[in-house]
Design a protein around this ligand. Structure first.
Ligand code: GLN
Ligand code: ZN
Length: 788
């Protein structure tokens, strides 16, 4: 065979040194002009194009790049601009629409509207952002206001023109990438499920215009991303999808149209393969079993090519290329000959760091098993060579990858038999997973904290992380400060804030989490089983990047992680101080996790370690312990058949973490920024004595949800949004509390902000918490007058 086709779905945007982030932030900070911004962003775009071309891919994505977010770009491209921005930028948009100019450079109107929608302006609130499927990438949520779409600015054509300017490559290898019409509509806000099919059809014409224009640029391939196809869809939607693609096919006969799915198996394989397009892309890493089964059972159309996602685009471990070779030859080849394959990573490489080859400070045995985007490109090239023309060299390369993965599995440095044994031992012990019934615990808690008023006030854990706090931590980390100096600083800060909280009149205090850079990293650094990269950044939203911890081995508790600070804070006050931990599922969902054991097992290992921390806190006399689980919802599998299993093991992981405590210890948990409507049963099963949830930011809808489910355990509803510098008035919070008490019993009700306060400044925090305490007092008075 001559050559095996390869491609990638997308590639990181941020540049090797996060230059992308810097360029954007300088521009937003008013330090550079839009021309300077454009020059720098185009330079990064050209650089990544060169990397991809040098990787000898058969097809190279263009326009998977963006200045902020690809969903936002799609919205602007099709004039799905919310009325508030349309109004604010009316003059600029009018000029843009009336000018026929084809001038190079992104029009200022497009730049302003794009950043306006993403970040908000003085006049208009930003569009919401939310997680892109089950990843930690956040997209800007387009808002459907019923206006017919129009092609306002052809982003892909602009990208192709820039690529022409930057490189000498043959246009026939370029593959502009667009969010597909169904997925775009599926992710939009303001469309009832029943109307989705009809709205999607309204987009056929504008997508057609883009494709026609691309064909006119000499482009021969275009990729339409439809990860929406992995979600449950009804027949009517599939009919609409077929209609749209039939139209697009007819509009651009010279284009090879690719429809790409990822993150899970396609929800209706039969309908999918019937689409009148040229290339169909399937994820054979996430959703592998179901996709392979469908290919085997139902075959694959002879007139289409198949894009096979075989290298994990979402995780950072080296691929066993021998296993991939076998998978392809055994399961795919009998149905589709290799001439019709395109081999690629499972999804855009945007979800992994650009490279991990320069993490020289990591132990050799970890470093060599890590792969960032660039290392995955190398794997892909070797795989393709081997599949097309195996030689002794490729054979050796493939065997080496299999051997490296096998050795990694059994490496003593990451296997802790004792942890596995302990977990096996407790599997069968009922006690390890359950506490005495809530009603019994509640009586003990009421006796233990008989001083607590009705509607006790508290906060979620972190207090303002000022520049000074961050500087202190940095000095300690760099060795400029001794441990003693750093401890003294932390103690002073804790003392100051314990005093402030007492003055404000809060009932249950927190130590403030000043010692933590990040709620996951802090624990990862203290537990065995994690490593941290220096430069393993991935985009989270807009210019914001995160550096997820790497969970590479069996987890073990080494020594107490939070006791010193909590104990110190408690020594300063007679009021209860809550201990603060990050829960097992959140640690898991915000890390890169080993893939040689199940996530469930990895979660239990974390639970077991955290359980020992809780025990240490209890021994130090801490009576209330909060285990935060803000990331439970986002780890929910996309496929309906997998959801129940996930629910079960996340509940078990929480219970394993917390059920070792004495009945008189009060367990708290916290969750935020997700749709709670289908979470109440799960939360109840977690069996925490008190859950604090974010309420204010999401408009209080959640109150009804909890009221409807007659939630009987303790609950703290967030009474103000912590993302805004705005100081909520007492009356506003009081009336919110009143309205909640109409539908929920006061008996187990707590009062708190929506989430941690680390991003707020001191002044705002004091003012807001003071008003919150006053609002609670008013509500209490009201309750007593009502009852007398
Ligand atoms: N305890 C953490 C804090 O207060 C919780 C943060 C979160 O929910 N993301 O910062
Ligand atoms: Zn939170």
């Amino acid at each position: 065979m001559g050559q095996l086709n390869t491609s990638v779905i997308g590639y990181p945007r941020i540049g090797y040194n996060r230059e992308w982030k810097k360029a954007l932030e300088q521009y937003w900070g008013g330090k550079t002009s839009s021309a300077q911004l454009e020059t720098e962003l185009n330079r990064i775009e050209a650089e990544r194009l060169t990397t991809l071309v040098d990787a000898k891919l058969s097809y190279v994505p263009v326009q998977d790049y963006t200045w902020y977010d690809h969903v936002l770009d799609t919205a602007v491209m099709f004039d799905i601009i919310p009325e508030r921005f349309r109004h604010e930028f009316a003059d600029q948009l009018d000029t843009l629409k009336s000018s026929q100019s084809d001038a190079a450079g992104t029009p200022q109107a497009i730049i302003d509207v794009t950043f306006g929608m993403a970040r908000g302006t003085a006049q208009s609130t930003a569009c919401e952002m939310t997680k892109w499927f089950n990843t930690n990438y956040h997209y800007i949520v387009p808002e459907w206001e019923g206006r017919a779409p129009e092609l306002l600015y052809n982003h892909p054509v602009a990208a192709v023109r820039r690529a022409k300017q930057a490189g000498s490559v043959d246009v026939s290898v370029w593959k502009p990438v667009l969010v597909g019409p169904y997925t775009f509509v599926r992710l939009m806000k303001g469309i009832a499920a029943a109307d989705r099919a009809a709205v999607a059809k309204q987009f056929a014409v504008v997508y057609g215009e883009v494709l026609v224009a691309l064909a006119a640029e000499g482009v021969t391939n275009v990729q339409l991303d439809e990860p929406g196809f992995v979600l449950p869809m009804n027949k009517e939607e599939w009919v609409a999808v077929k209609e749209i693609y039939t139209y697009l096919r007819a509009q651009s006969p010279s284009l090879s149209i690719w429809v790409q799915t990822y993150f899970e198996s396609v929800s209706d394989y039969e309908s999918f393969v019937e689409l009148p397009v040229d290339v169909l892309g399937l994820d054979l890493v996430h959703g592998k079993a179901r996709n392979l089964e469908a290919i085997q059972k139902l075959g694959f159309p002879a007139d289409k090519r198949i894009a096979l996602g075989v290298i994990d685009g979402r995780n950072i471990w080296k691929t066993d290329l021998a296993a991939v070779t076998e998978l392809l030859t055994q399961y795919v080849k009998p149905q589709v000959p290799a001439e019709r394959w395109i081999v690629q990573p499972s999804c855009s490489l945007l979800h992994v760091p650009l490279t991990l080859s320069s993490e020289t400070e990591l132990p050799e045995y970890v470093r060599t098993i890590l792969t960032g985007a660039d290392e995955k490109l190398v794997e892909l090239e070797l795989l393709a060579q081997h599949l097309a023309n195996p030689t002794a060299d490729t054979e050796a390369g493939i065997a080496a990858s299999a051997q490296a993965v096998a050795e990694w599995r059994s490496l003593p440095e990451r296997n802790r038999p004792q942890v596995k044994e302990e977990l096996l031992r407790i599997q069968s012990s009922e006690e390890a997973w359950t506490r005495v019934p809530f009603s019994e615990r509640l009586a003990l808690h009421q006796a233990r904290w008989s001083n607590l008023p009705l509607l006790p006030t508290t906060s979620i854990g972190s207090l303002p992380q000022t520049a000074e706090v961050r500087k202190a931590r940095l000095k300690f980390r760099k060795g400029e400060w001794s441990e003693a100096a750093y401890t003294a600083y932390l103690q002073a800060e804790m003392k100051r804030w314990i005093d402030i909280q007492e003055q404000i009149g809060i009932d249950v205090l927190v130590h403030g989490e000043f010692e933590r850079t990040d709620m996951v990293e802090y624990f990862g650094e203290k537990l065995e089983g994690f490593v941290f990269t220096k430069n393993g950044w991935v985009q989270s939203y807009g210019s914001r990047c995160v550096k997820p911890p790497v969970l590479y081995g069996d987890v073990a508790f080494v020594e107490a992680m939070t006791v010193v600070e909590t104990e110190y804070a408690q020594s300063l006050t007679s009021k209860p101080v809550k201990g603060m931990l990050t829960g097992p599922v959140t640690i898991l969902n915000w890390s890169f996790v080993r893939d040689d054991i199940s996530r469930e097992e990895a979660a239990y290992q974390l639970s077991w370690a955290l359980r020992q921390e809780i025990q240490a806190l209890e021994e130090a006399g801490i009576g209330m312990i909060q285990v935060d689980e803000p990331a439970v919802k986002e780890g929910m599998p996309l496929h309906p058949d997998d959801k129940q299993g996930y629910r079960e093991w996340t509940v078990k992981a929480f219970r394993l973490t917390t059920s070792g405590v004495k009945p008189e210890t009060q367990v708290h948990t916290h969750m935020c920024y997700c749709d709670f409507s289908d979470m109440v049963d799960l939360i109840r099963e977690m069996d925490a004595d008190v859950i604090s949830v974010e309420t204010a930011r999401s408009g209080g809808d959640i109150v009804e949800v909890f009221a409807k489910h007659q939630y009987e355990l303790g609950i703290g509803l967030g009474v103000y949004d912590i993302h805004s510098p705005r100081i909520p008035a007492t009356a506003e919070m009081a009336s919110f509390i009143e309205s909640v008490l109409q539908v929920m019993p006061a008996r187990t009700f707590w009062i708190n902000p929506d989430c941690g306060l680390k991003t707020r400044n001191e002044q705002e925090t004091i003012a807001a918490l003071s008003n919150m305490v006053k609002a609670a007092q008013q509500a209490r008075e009201h309750l007593t007058t009502k009852n007398t």
